[in-house]
Write a protein that binds this ligand. Sequence first.
Ligand code: GSH
Length: 226
Amino acid sequence: MLLLQFSTSHYCRKARLALGYKSISFQVENLTPALHIFRVKPLSGSHTVPVLLPQLKNCPSVVADSTEIIRFLEAYRPDPPLYFEDTFQQKEALRLEDYFDEFIGTAARFVYYQFRANEGKQIDPSWMSQIVIAIVRSQYGINADSAKIAAAKIADAIAMLGEFWQDGYLVGDRFSVADLTAAALLSPLGLIPAYRRNYPWLFERITEIHQLCNEPLPKNWLAGLN
Ligand SMILES: N[C@@H](CCC(=O)N[C@@H](CS)C(=O)NCC(=O)O)C(=O)O
C-alpha cells in the first residue's frame, strides 16, 4: 500500500496510526504542500491528504480521507479491531471520530501554526519551514483571534478526555478509532510547552498510543518539554 501524505499532517498521522495498529506494511510518498494538488486531485477529485493507494487486487485503487481509509482498513484487516460490533458503541466511536476530525483537528491546526509562527519559530527557522507555515496560515485564516477561538475548543476536548483517558478509553473498555483519532489530531500540541506543562497525562497517553501503533512521535516533540 502507498500512502500519499504530508509528513507533518496530523490527519496523515491518523492514517499511519491505523496502518501501524493493524500491522499493515505500507510506503509513504511525501508531497509538497500546494504542489500536492497535481498528484492528488486527478486521483481522488479532492485536494486533501491522506490518500491511500492500496495497490492490491480486489481493492479500490484510491481511498481518500482519513475516515474512509480507516473504514477500508477495517474491512481489509478486521483484527485487531478499531470498530465495535455493538451498535451503540460503534455509533459513539464514529461520532467521536467525526467530532475530533471536524472540530479538534482543525482547531489544533490553528493553535499549532499560530505557535510555530510566533514563540515556536526557533523550532525550525529554515526558510522552507517558514514558507509552509505562512501558506497554511493564509490558506486557513490563522491569526491571534482565530487561534484563541480554536484554543477554547481544544480546552473543551481536553476536559472531556480528562474524564475518560486518565484510566480508560473513550468508548467501552478497549482501544478504538475514537482513541486513535484523538491521539493523532491532538499530537501537534505536544510541541507547545504550555500544553505539555498543563496536561502531562494527555501526552503520556498520546505516547502510549503511538507505541501501540508502532508509529514514531512527531519530530521535535521533545521541544515541547523545554
Ligand atoms: N477530512 C480530511 C481532512 C484532511 C486535511 O485537512 N488534510 C490537510 C493536511 S492536514 C490537507 O490536505 N490540506 C491541503 C489542502 O487542503 O489543500 C481527512 O480526514 O482526511
